[in-house]
Design a protein around this ligand. Structure first.
Ligand SMILES: *Cc1c(COP(=O)(O)O)cnc(C)c1O
Length: 471
């Protein structure tokens, strides 16, 4: 499998180079040159397979043969760290609405769905770097959850050091402590005086500085890295198999996905491209609703970032949307590059109506404000006894809105992706329900652990100097 850049100017690469490079050298994102498909017979056969075996089958066409052989071991090790044998168990939310389900993606070491991909990514890095006898400097930006998941996946690994930029004072206490209390010599935390978008912009600027990038052997683990998205395709298949058994090959499933950087939901799009019958993919946004606006109006206009109770979705520049745009614009890299440069110059671009109509057949988009989010958390608790984190609750609000606006598809089950454990956002959960969700036992002493991080100004040179000094 070869990978091509969404901006059309960088050379196509093989999987291992995509893994290590992260962002394409023309500023674009790598996507598979074509989608491998899983036949209906094969989907039906997966009905009684364990998670790990399905994962291996879904990921194997994306990697070279030598790596495909190492996949079972990498996958076993990755999900050995999870607190559920099912890896991503599913529960019914039928008390709220018939046909509504919740897939819990938060049973990994940092309590957010990002562990599902990041634990695999850590193993892939280790394997490929050992084979090549190379070392890398991983630099990442986080709105809260990516950072801890990446640090957990990389801590103590010999061939990688990791620098994580988080927006100073804009993550939850649990999120920050999960990053800054990790005591490993290859882990560095930077609290940037700015927003998540500032962190992401600095990260992109570092990637675009080829001298710096080569000098420190820079690599990325944000969801702009294709290898982050690949393991996320798996649980879309798992959800459908759990609901329909062998009929998952023919019976459709809908998904509502709390969305920030458009990574998780793009994996759902990939599952559909690979042959999984997907009816609706619902983009669930908080007040930072650029994706809802672009889907509904075609106008992609940047606004200020609002701070919400769902901070992992406090994003205006939704990087992976470029991957969908690439398909919307007929896989014309030049056309994508032009839109992205317009965005940089004017803060806005418009998508053609015809291409919007095509994706609207699959994608819905809804936003939830703070009150709707809190109400959904309270209702879920009252009716089902479940405590939902605010991101997941936004997924519930969007799911219900989409089911209401598409009554003809109401017999299709709707799966909300549960992206974080409620204990990761205790203040919001308590505000909505009056209950304090306890941290799982293994994190019980998190508040007593010592923190380590450095505060840096929102300045490229300062951050580059900090990294270079420590490499
Ligand atoms: C990262 C994150 C999201 C958004 O996922 P994207 O792949 O960036 O769209 C949603 N919820 C939680 C809890 C997250 O950590």
């Amino acid at each position: 499998m070869r990978y091509i850049s969404t901006r059309g100017a960088a050379a196509p690469l093989e999987f291992e180079d995509v893994l290590l490079e992260g962002l394409a050298r023309d500023g674009g994102l790598y996507v598979p040159e074509s989608w491998p498909t899983i036949s209906p017979d094969e989907i039906a056969a997966m009905a009684d397979w364990p998670y790990e075996k399905v994962a291996q089958r879904i990921m194997q066409p994306f990697v070279p043969a030598e790596l495909a052989e190492a996949l079972p071991g990498i996958i076993e090790k990755a999900y050995g760290t999870f607190r559920s044998d099912a890896v991503t168990p599913m529960i019914s939310l039928g008390g709220i609405q018939d046909g509504l389900h919740l897939m819990e993606l938060f049973h990994g070491p940092t309590l957010a769905f990002k562990d599902v991909a990041m634990q695999v990514l850590g193993g892939l890095f280790e394997h490929v770097l050992a084979k090549r006898d190379e070392r890398v400097t991983i630099i990442g930006a986080t709105s809260g959850d990516t950072g801890s998941a990446a640090i957990e996946a990389v801590r103590g690994r010999e061939r990688a050091r990791i620098f994580i930029l988080h927006p100073h004072g804009r993550t939850s206490d649990v999120q920050r402590k999960q990053m800054t209390t990790v005591d490993a010599p290859n882990v560095f935390n930077i609290a940037l005086e700015g927003t998540f978008d500032d962190c992401q912009n600095l990260l992109k600027a570092m990637f675009n500085d080829e001298t710096f990038r080569d000098r420190v052997s820079m690599s990325g683990v944000n969801s702009i890295n294709w290898a982050r998205l690949m393991p996320q395709i798996v649980y879309y298949f798992i959800a459908a198999l759990k609901l329909h058994g062998p009929d998952a090959a023919t019976k459709p499933t809908s998904f509502s996905v709390p969305t920030g950087n458009f990574g998780d939901i793009y994996a759902g799009y990939a599952a559909a491209k690979m042959g999984l019958p997907v009816e609706r993919l619902v983009i669930a946004s908080n007040q930072n609703d650029i994706l809802t606006r672009v889907m509904n109006t075609g106008e992609h206009t940047l606004g200020p970032v609002a701070k919400t109770i769902a901070p992992s979705m406090d994003i205006q520049i939704s990087s992976n949307f470029e991957r969908l745009m690439f398909d919307m614009l007929g896989r014309d890299g030049g056309a994508v590059a032009q839109k992205m440069s317009q965005l940089k110059d004017d803060g806005t671009f418009t998508l053609p109506e015809a291409s919007l109509d095509t994706v609207r057949g699959l994608f819905g988009a809804h936003r939830a404000d703070e009150q709707e989010t809190l109400d959904a958390m309270k209702r879920a608790h009252d009716v089902t006894g479940e405590l939902l984190d605010p991101h997941t609750a936004i997924g519930v609000v969007a799911a219900l809105a989409d089911m209401q606006s598409h009554p003809s598809e109401s017999s299709t089950p709707m799966v909300v992706l549960g992206t974080a454990h409620p204990a990761k956002f205790p203040a919001a959960v308590e505000r909505a329900t009056g209950q304090t969700p306890p941290l799982p036992e293994f994190l019980g002493d998190l508040y007593e652990r010592e923190e380590r991080y450095d505060v840096l100004p929102n300045d490229l040179a300062a951050v580059q100097a900090y990294v270079a000094e420590r490499v």
